[in-house]
Design a protein around this ligand. Sequence first.
Ligand code: COA
Length: 506
Amino acid sequence: MDSRVEKRLGLKELADKVVSAEQAAALFNDGDVVGMSGFTRAGDAKVVPMALVERAKNENFKIDIYTGASLGPEVDKYLAEAGVIRKRGPFIADSGIRNQINSGNVLYVDAHLSHNAELVRQGIIGPINYLILEATAITEDGLIIPTTSVGNSPVFAEYAENIIVELNISHPESLIGIHDIYVPAPQGQREPIPMTDAVKRIGEIGIKVDPAKIKAIVISEEPDAPSLIVPPDEETQTMANLLLDFFRSEIAAGRLTNKLMPLQSGVGSVANAVLDGFADSEFEDLIVASEVLQDAVFNLIDAGKVSFAAATSITISEELQKKVYGNLEKYADKLVLRPQEISNHPEVIRRLGLISINTALELDIYGNVNSTHVSGTKMMNGIGGSGDFARNARLGIFVTKSYAKGGAISSIVPMVSHVDHTEHDVDVIVTEQGIADLRGLAPKERAVLIIENCVHPDFKEQMWDYYNRAVEATGNAQTPHILEEALSWHVNLAKNKTMKKEVTKA
Ligand code: COA
């Protein structure tokens, strides 16, 4: 056996389970429900899925795949395009599987990321025939050490009938000790989660499994697919500045200190760019208690702004991968990776008083947010953890540029075409135009603030026209709308490729 493998395979009785990816892929049956490790392209199995892609060239079979969140191209592009995936949950981000979902070839169950573990315990997801779990090592006492994410792997490992381990020797051994695996008992027998501080460790360094369930170990040297975020620009810097000023006013009002509260920042380029804006600020000793650690968090650790970061995955660009994984020892005492049901748990988020910053696809004049569905019909990525955080955070902040697709689309519309976060979960909205603090405001107060501060100038007159006529038409009702017109901006976009229209005079 390769000495690098021998070093990482502590439980020697498993040595005879080492097989090729093809042998492991042959174990699956048509119709299997498969759990996979991986969260936002990090810590996912890679070589067994690619062997399944090969197998699909000569054989028709379909499986259901549940993960932590989105995976890299091996599953969410190649396996999806090979027609192997029947059903997928709970989050995707690759255009390959997005196209398969939106053309009806893959069923997609978009779910709050904290919910999946409970669904597994209740048997709604399952029985799970196989779990494919990427590991850094298996310890002598049989703990499986995950790699760059934890996701749903602990609950999958507990409930899966069979486990295939992808032992990935390209991940640094210094990942050992970074994970904090705490698995709640079933509901009804559960104690409070003892997380009273984001920096506190409450669990084990690895996942306990019954070694008898491990049917195959496949050796891998494939790195995680790097993240594809685009760098900050002038507009995201403006949004970051608006947010920093908002925090300053919260400090002046005595509601926050210079340390703020633990920060959660969502997936995607905009949230990453906004977090990056903290680098030149006076805020210090910040704690990140998030779901995904993107590039900005490591830049802020380097800048001495963030003193500790907890999440369930590390999803970084190629440049940052070299820097972080080449020097993991430098970050090790400032990092922890937890199961997603802990990082995203309502009990923990509420107790710690998180400030959550997520990106909206579109939002409406009353503060309802659509994070998932383009024009109400086509799936973008999924709700991810944004609902877990927005509802339970101390401050639920949504950021978005005020326009999309070169200005043809207003990200602020009269009525969202799909609702992921209701007005009740949305405290603050930030666009490059301005900020709207919606806390304590009634719907019409919200509308005035959102239109005045956040809507792009190209759409402002059109929006005031809609709102003023809605107030008049409803006799100044609680939440004024003209129902025949509320989605007309989306209809106009579908017909004329723009939301801009001639303003109808009242
Ligand atoms: N209508 C149609 N398309 C829109 C749009 C709108 N109102 N607003 C944005 N888009 C498009 C952009 O044009 C872009 O398209 P492209 O990929 O073809 O260039 C794409 O959506 C992404 O938008 P972008 O502005 O680059 O933002 P992002 O990378 O920050 O992603 C979300 C934004 C909403 C897609 C992303 O944050 C997401 O999936 N959120 C839901 C999950 C979540 O919030 N999880 C957080 C918990 S960790």
